[in-house]
Design a protein around this ligand. Sequence first.
Ligand SMILES: [Zn+2]
Length: 488
Amino acid sequence: MAITSKYEPVIGLEVHAEMMTNSKMFCSCRVVDSVTAPPNTAVCPVCLGMPGMLPVINKRAVEFAMRVALALNCTIQPDNVFARKNYFYPDLPKGYQISQYELPLATNGWLDIALESGERRRIRIRRVHLEEDTGKLTHLEDGSGSLVDFNRSGVPLLEIVSEPDMRSVEEARVYAMKLRQILRYLGVNSGDMEKGVIRFEANVSLRPAGSQALGTRTEVKNLNSFRALAEAAAYELERQAAILDASGQVVQDTMGWSESRRETFSQRGKEEAHDYRYFPEPDLPPLQIAPAWIEAIRAALPELPDARVARYTSALGLTPYEARVLAEERPVAEWFEAAVTVGGAPKAVANWLINALFSLMNEHRLSIDQVKLTPAGLVELIGLVDKGAINTNTAKEVLAEMFASGRPAGEIVQARGLAQISDEAALAAVVAGVLAQNSQQVANYLAGKETLRGWFVGQVMKATGGKANPALVNQLLHEQLTRLEGEQ
Ligand SMILES: [Zn+2]
């Protein structure tokens, strides 16, 4: 690593996130899956940029954008103006992209992140604005040409621009992941990175340690995964450090990232030709956002991950680890809370989710909304354990069956004869039988080999098909062994 304590990294991120609305930003075409939908099937004259077509603002897209802006603690501007960003590219049929320039939707927010070390950092958000996505180009591998799919043309796109507040690659990565988590929590983006619904652009520079001035930055565009973001930023920091070490000067530049070569490369030639010549979009009226509309959106925001983690630890008594794991995804958090609402003890529900249900979900590659087990079903199962009707090991078996079939716990226990044996007389007979059949081990135990105690428990469990009440077995063994000791 060439970056020594001589330099401090300065990183800012621009994040582009598609809004998961039903229709596009300025026309009524459906927003379709960019990977599976047949190309050019969700298009119309507006998003194909035909002459004379008029755009209309999608109210839902504005609401989704407001959700994000409010979740990021931004101030929403009452007066919004859409602008034309003029440039030519084959995926942009109009020759301009409708975006926001001087008057963005929202400004001056922040996002708090927590690092691996436990340190918390506040990353300021400079602006959040709405625009439309472009079409998608696919360059043929044999070099014979490129294909263009306009299904994505006009899909609502949110640009979230941070201040250059990140001081390490880890901070950039954590910030990006937290942003994706919030977008998913808000129900405005699927978070499906492989489908390109979230894309990153990193502004990277170095400055002498202790300096407050900003060094010359480079921008790395089109980073489509957390890994690409982290690797590209790390590569750029090292590249710049090597230049500075050799007393050279970093040139302000726009870079691409090559996944195959694992390196950044200059895109200067292409980018410098751009002169966007922003001007207000004449086909759209200014977008006025009334305070009442903002407050309605704010009131309908879901509880966000940080707030949930805080509540789970303070009000529900979970550990910070349990709270974080359960609050990670909103559907899991809501499942957990549904179980608590129907009477599950938070700690027990958390335990069963984290230690049993998650592994079943991983094994079968199912998400929480696909599992047949219901929150009430899990609470019933926990109740059977608490009452002593089944022991914990049996409960794990029952859980697996509930997971597979969705049948209630009580029904499975009855049908399979799994009820725990808590009948003292019956168990006492089993214990006596085990001790009688293993006189050598009993003699060894009485001679001081106390570890055999666990072995006796195992024998009783085996004899009862694992259904014996473990607490009772221990108690009976203790009684009977003490009696044998006395008879010696
Ligand atoms: Zn359209």
